[in-house]
Design a protein around this ligand. Structure first.
Ligand SMILES: [Zn+2]
Length: 127
């Protein structure tokens, strides 16, 4: 049985989601510097990424078009808003399909997850 999140941990996740949201909003205006698909693991996957906007912009150009990046940013923002809504409603961390707890480990890795791993695998939902 997977460990469930405590209220304190959910509170911490809310904080980080809000911070992430603010970051994404800034990124959307200044032409995104990270690919949100990879941003969860960005620091470990791309430790060589520079802090200078120019360097990052160049990396993104190599990676995807501006349009695709913007669409991904919008999707991630929606996911974050959705997660924040679930926190406020008190049903955060509950799978929306089977209503079982999603599990702390998965939520820590992916705070915007709204389905448990088994439902997600079954539905082949795109993330
Ligand atoms: Zn489920």
């Amino acid at each position: 049985m997977e460990k469930e999140l405590t209220n304190k941990e959910i509170e911490a996740i809310k904080e980080s989601l809000l911070a992430r949201k603010a970051e994404l909003m800034a990124d959307m205006t200044e032409k995104s510097r990270v690919n949100p698909n990879e941003s969860d693991n960005l620091s470990s996957k791309f430790p060589e990424y520079g802090d200078k906007p120019d360097e990052n912009a160049q990396e993104i150009m190599d990676y995807s078009t501006d349009l695709a990046t913007e669409q991904i940013l919008e999707k991630v923002l929606l996911e974050i808003d959705d997660a924040l809504k679930r926190i406020d409603n008190g049903n955060y961390g509950i799978c929306r399909y089977c209503k079982n707890p999603i599990g702390a480990k998965r939520l820590m890795a992916r705070p915007t997850a709204s389905s448990c791993i088994s439902c997600k695998t079954e539905l082949q939902e795109n993330e």
